[in-house]
Design a protein around this ligand. Sequence first.
Ligand code: PAF
Length: 282
Amino acid sequence: MDILKTKADMQAWSADKKRQGKTISFVPTMGYLHKGHVSLLDIGRPLSDELVLSIFVNPTQFSPDEDLDAYPSNTANDLDLAQKAGVTAVFLPDKSQMYGPDYQTHVFLDHLPQYLCGRSRPVHFGGVATVVTKLFNIVMPDVAIFGKKDFQQLAIIRQMVKDLDFNIRIIGGEIIREEDGLAMSSRNAYLTTAQRASAVCLSRAISLLKQRVAQGVRSVPDLVREMETFILSFDHTRVDYIEVCHPRTLEPVEIIQAETLVALAVQVGKSRLIDNALIGPS
Ligand code: PAF
């Protein structure tokens, strides 16, 4: 497994593979890998000759009051997991590699970032779109895999790839969950034992909604109210949002009629946790 720390080395590695006629699968991450990331690597491995992982905690997707400095990191363990998952190259740049002192170009989308997480994290998706554009130009993959837990991020990357004519196939990997239903996330590492017990409220609230929809309830305000009451019955929780929306445009819906996305963000202690599911009326 090659470890590349500069943009020039990573680009030269990819260019060399392409000259040899090889294809590249790519999984971009911010490190602190867990089974969710490994599942994305497992998707990418059989699809191409090479499998590249990037580890970069991207500062431009955090606002000043967010957890950039506290973001968990364990590079030795990440490299070990990467090796075991069949990664052939790891791109491990530092901040100065990605954003020089004269850096001034950003990628913004008009509509998709206005919903869900974009409301409470206004700088987030501009930072994600910018760094993913840069990573795509550096790694030059044929296929890139993103987790469906960040449903809005995946929608934004798909839109960006279409709008900016990247010749890259985007694949969404299913949400990987702990046994009790909690979606795996690097941010779960911040949870105390008591908060960890409460963190199950997100997936359980989704199950509650699915159950009510199956019973015939269609009114989104009624469903959201019930989910909110349920979540707040757990200690250490504060609801950021619960939204039921169109799965492509992310526009809110009032009545569940067709396949719909339910997405939520809940602050549990210091961790802001997200989860989502697609639900249908039948
Ligand atoms: O999902 C993530 O870990 C990050 O948002 C990404 C896509 C690696 C960009 O920094």
